[in-house]
Design a protein around this ligand. Structure first.
Ligand code: PBG
Length: 341
């Protein structure tokens, strides 16, 4: 007599085994649907006037404030590393700041000098400029203030049109307005076209939330909103993350209608739902910005040995690609290019 076998724990569909396709690295690589390449990444860079400056940014390990000369050296390294684009931020000395942010219009400022240096050197890199006023205003807001106080929307966008034309004249290929003003894209398009730059593209920070994840950036750019201005945060112009994602689609649609060539969602990882919704709906490519606070968190955890930095960063980048990012602005850009080589 044979004992009756125990009932099988497997269902009738036991021949369906998803693990089959995970069995080897070759098979896993064959089936990867998101892939990373150095040309997926844009490296943000902080520049200030001076010479031979390379000041580490405490809350962003591995990131620096450069002067135009050291920035050029760094840009050469980015190009040699296989990157194809950089994003410039100006850091302004206090004596050049005023309530209107007029140093933004000075052709001798750090952004203009760095753009010219990169152009003269013929670097094979796309030059993207962050277009805003917070780095230039004494109160740290993204444009001049009204008596209310709030940022004067229509004056700011008119100014942005002028500043965009200056960046284009100095060699910017793409203008990336981050001021979160209504109709900024239309004003910039008008400003660029009037100045003879119909081919300079606009990458709009169309979907930009008022986020605590920008904290380290404000150290890096020395541009926090000043409490003494009567307006201690950017919540009257940057988006409220508690709103329905439909607001993100509306902001994206308005910017596309005004002529944005490219859109951006910012921050990144906490907003993957928004990135997915916008990139699915938008008729133009949608980028994502992994912001300073996201970078700082990864760096801090890695420095403590709590996470594997490379594996965690790569996983994050794949998440952005899966959610539809056309490209990624990240302080890890140079490191990623090296990891991927
Ligand atoms: C300027 C600007 C900011 C960032 C990009 N452009 C700061 C802000 O809006 O307060 C944040 C980037 C980062 O945190 O890495 N308006």
């Amino acid at each position: 007599m044979h004992p009756t076998p125990p009932p099988s724990p497997l269902p009738a569909s036991a021949n369906l085994r998803p693990r089959r396709l995970r069995a080897s690295p070759l098979l896993r690589d064959l089936l990867a649907s998101s892939r990373l390449h150095p040309s997926d990444f844009v490296a943000p860079l902080f520049v200030r006037l001076g010479k031979n400056i390379k000041t580490p940014i405490a809350s962003m390990p591995g990131q620096f404030q450069f002067s135009p000369d050291t920035a050029l050296t760094h840009l050469r390294q980015l190009a040699d590393g296989g990157l194809s684009a950089f994003l410039l931020f100006g850091v302004t000395d206090p004596h050049h700041k005023d309530p209107a942010g007029s140093h933004a219009h000075d052709e001798t400022n750090a952004v203009c000098r760095t753009l010219r240096a990169a152009k003269d050197a013929g670097l094979p890199l796309l030059a993207i400029t962050d277009l805003c006023y917070c780095e230039y205003t004494s109160h740290g807001h993204c444009g001049p203030l009204t008596a209310t106080p709030t940022v004067d929307n229509d004056l700011t966008v008119a100014n942005l049109g002028q500043q965009a034309a200056l960046h284009a004249r100095c060699g910017a290929d793409i203008i990336a307005p981050s001021a979160a003003m209504d109709h900024m894209v239309a004003a910039i398009r008008t400003g660029l076209d009037a100045a003879g730059f119909p081919d300079t593209a606009i990458l709009s920070y169309a979907v930009k939330y008022a986020s605590a994840f920008y904290g380290p950036f404000r150290d890096a750019a020395e541009s926090p909103p000043q409490a003494g201005s009567g307006l201690s945060d950017r919540k009257t112009y940057q988006m409220d993350y508690r709103r329905h994602p439909a607001e993100a689609l509306r902001e994206a649609a308005l910017d596309v209608a005004e002529g944005a060539d490219l859109l951006m969602v910012k921050p990144g990882l906490p907003y993957l739902d928004i990135l997915k919704a916008v990139s699915d709906a938008a008729p133009v490519p949608t980028a994502v910005y992994q912001v300073s606070g996201e970078y700082a968190m990864l760096k801090a955890a890695a420095a403590n040995g709590w996470i594997d930095e490379k594996e965690t960063v790569l996983e994050t980048m794949h998440a952005f690609k899966r959610a539809g990012a056309a490209f990624i602005l990240t302080y890890y850009a140079q490191q990623l290019a090296a990891w991927l080589r």
